[in-house]
Design a protein around this ligand. Structure first.
Ligand code: ZN
Length: 686
């Protein structure tokens, strides 16, 4: 590992922050914190922190000695000076004399001594930083160091590699107790350049930002070099079926197995998003015949437990053509994971006076021999974090096994971290959104109505895929939604294109729960004279494409086994034909019937089918030019033309989106056609 320190960048940081009155030491502290944060082999998703001891003025103008330490929730790779809140150092140091300090009191002390009490709370490792005298302190959970210290003989290995340059602190849960133990270790040898926290990570000290940072790089490099010495081969491969099924077929089965019915609302499910990963390292790990031993040995550093739980789910290799068998064994494995988790919780919670409430018992990482791994989570962002951490764990365990035997902390220690309120705080306040954990595929996503549906569903917590023949238009709309929304090119009239689009959605999010079949176009012609080719073309898009989308979605929904929702954009033409609009109205009428057929055939599988009958919405079908032309032809203002309905109100794409959203949420409603047209009595359903 090489130092990324660049004199020019460091000077630029000093200049840049200097303009806002930030002192040189804090500017360089921010600079090197970013250097650490941008290397995933050092710092991953909140696993690390840095500090600086300096002087600052409080609101009264009085200068005092402070500890600037990374604030909880800040990403080190993008940290700013505001992410290093200053805490008065003298009162923190006095705490060392106490025998014990509860988490609640530690939080009170932090608040009481923050120079700006409105800033986010400092890292849970603040007191450890405070009890050490070094001016600059860096802390990481570097993967290579973890390979060295997640071993039964970690103390010996550290003595061999570091020769006393780093103090060795036996495992303790983060917090006051660990800070005190670390300070005691330091006092025995104040010449050390840093500390190893057994089964947890590494601290380095420096008088300057560059020194503590480059010491970190040096110590991690020493660990990397040791991992290359006397390496034994690891993970002898297990026997496999000849042909393994592709990830796109495996994901929905696995995702379904890792869901739970929601007891509070019949038909609702606690679902997760699944992110697929594969690499040579992942394959060697998941294919090993001893995978159950080394993969289930525990977390590589304690704070991972809140992201990945303590063990992954392991399922058998899925054989092509035998996916029913795979589905059975995957569900059985998931059930035994859940049972095991409940037992683990009950047992450890009793030790703690039954004070805790159980988190959901579903796996966060699934290992599939022959395929790769899936990160799971209540949304795509969390699934991605779980996958990132699972990959780091694979790298760490592979290294650990190559030089010895991977060993984690005890189950009781993992429980204490998993249910530690200060650790859970890192996950942030979780707002439970109505479509959380669900994946929605929306056709015509590049158009006005599809984009409005995408916005509404994303706001309700769904992961959204916008499908469109015009990939650039879909991309524009997906970018506007932001977050994890994706755009997928899809010709809905082409079966291969539909299949490829759904495969892409499944490998991104793990499955599909809601399909909004919205793409359409209008053709005109007097029915007795119209060219049959025109009629057939319209049927391809306005009927058969809906069938193709519904069929592809249902296949995935059945594999998941957690129900689902098909939503169709029909049209008032389906019930109230317009003159010369036969080529458009006829296939739409067939699509209205298609809704009822799906509702009938798949109600028993919990799959609902509903539709919206909309009329006169500004969109690609009803362009501004067309509106101008039609209103002029009828001698109406555009406003009066657009609101020519019983309510006298213009209907918008957002109104249609809200109707689809209501149908997606109405778990007891199927075969429903909701009219969104401002009132048109001739088009009223009867
Ligand atoms: Zn740590």
């Amino acid at each position: 590992m090489k130092s990324a320190w660049a004199e020019r960048e460091a000077d630029a940081a000093v200049d840049h922050y200097g303009k806002t009155g930030i002192a040189r030491d804090l500017a360089l502290r921010v600079y090197t914190t970013r250097l650490l944060g941008r290397d995933p082999k050092l710092v991953l998703h909140g696993g690390g922190n840095t500090s600086l001891k300096t002087r600052a003025r409080d609101l009264s103008g009085e200068e005092t000695e402070v500890l600037c330490v990374k604030g909880t929730g800040w990403d080190m790779s993008a940290i700013e000076p505001a992410g290093m809140p200053a805490v008065r150092l003298t009162p923190l140091r006095k705490l060392r004399a106490l025998d014990a300090l509860s988490d609640e009191d530690m939080a009170r002390v932090q608040r009481a001594h923050l120079i700006d009490p409105m800033t986010p709370p400092p890292s849970v490792e603040m007191l450890l930083h405070a009890f050490m005298p070094a001016t600059f302190i860096d802390h990481t959970h570097a993967t290579a160091v973890l390979s060295l210290i997640d071993q039964p003989n970690s103390a010996d290995l550290c003595a061999e590699v570091y020769g006393g340059r780093l103090g060795f602190v036996p495992y303790r849960m983060p917090g006051f107790g660990l800070a005190k133990t670390a300070a005691d270790v330091f006092d025995k040898n104040p010449k050390v350049e840093g500390l190893i926290l057994d089964k947890h990570g590494i601290f380095t000290f420096g008088a300057e930002a560059r020194e503590s940072y480059e010491r970190m790089i040096e110590m991690v490099t020493l660990a990397e070099e040791r991992l290359q010495k006397n390496r034994k081969s690891v993970f002898a491969s297990a026997e496999f079926p000849q042909r393994v099924a592709p990830a796109a077929q495996v994901a929905p089965i696995l995702r379904g197995a890792c869901s739970l019915p929601d007891d509070r609302n019949e038909g609702a499910w606690l679902r997760q998003i699944a992110e697929f990963r594969v690499s040579d390292a992942i394959m060697a790990f998941v294919n090993g015949k001893d995978v159950a031993r080394y993969a289930r040995a525990g977390v590589i550093t304690p704070d991972h437990t809140i992201r990945t739980k303590n063990w992954p789910l392991i399922v058998p290799a899925p054989e092509t053509g035998k996916l029913d068998e795979f589905a059975k064994s995957a569900r059985k494995a998931a059930q035994s994971f859940i049972d095991h988790y409940r037992t683990y919780f009950t047992y450890n919670n009793a030790r703690d006076g039954n004070a805790k409430t159980m988190l959901d018992p579903l796996p966060r990482v699934a290992l599939v021999p022959g395929i790769g791994l899936f990160g799971l989570g209540p949304n795509a962002k969390d699934a991605r974090i779980a996958a990132d951490i699972a990959e780091a764990a694979i790298e760490c365990i592979t290294g650990a096994e190559a030089i010895g035997t991977f060993k984690s902390i005890s189950e009781a220690d993992m429980f204490d971290c998993e249910y530690w309120p200060l650790e859970l705080f890192k996950l942030g306040a979780r707002k439970s959104l109505p479509l959380a954990g669900q994946v929605a595929a929306i056709t015509g996503g590049g158009g006005a109505i599809g984009a409005a549906v995408g916005r509404a569903f994303a706001a309700a917590g769904a992961e959204v895929a916008l499908l469109d023949l015009d990939a650039a238009a879909a991309m524009g709309k997906a970018n506007a939604i932001g977050g994890t929304a994706i755009a997928v090119r899809c010709d809905v009239t082409d079966a291969d294109s539909v299949q490829a689009a759904f495969d892409q959605i499944v490998t991104t999010f793990g499955g599909v729960d809601i399909a909004v079949s919205n793409a359409g176009a209008a053709w005109q012609g007097r029915i007795g004279e119209v060219d049959e080719a025109v009629l057939r073309k319209s049927f391809e898009l306005n009927f058969f494409a809906h069938q193709k989308i519904a069929q592809a979605a249902v296949k995935i929904m059945l594999a998941q086994g957690t129900g689902g929702c098909l939503l169709f954009n029909v049209s008032k033409q389906a019930v109230n034909p317009g003159a010369n609009f036969g080529p458009y109205g006829l296939p739409k009428a067939a699509t209205l019937f298609l809704v009822r057929q799906y509702a009938l055939d798949y109600g028993g599988d919990g799959i609902r089918a509903n539709a919206v009958n909309a009329d006169r919405i500004r969109s690609g079908l009803l362009t501004d030019d067309f509106i101008k032309e039609r209103s002029k032809a009828r001698g109406l203002t555009e406003k009066n033309y657009m609101s020519g309905n019983l309510l006298g109100r213009e209907v918008t794409a957002d109104d249609v989106a809200q109707a689809f959203l209501a149908q997606a949420l109405a778990l007891k409603t199927t075969a429903d056609i909701t009219t969104v047209d401002g009132g048109n009595i001739a088009a009223a359903l009867r």
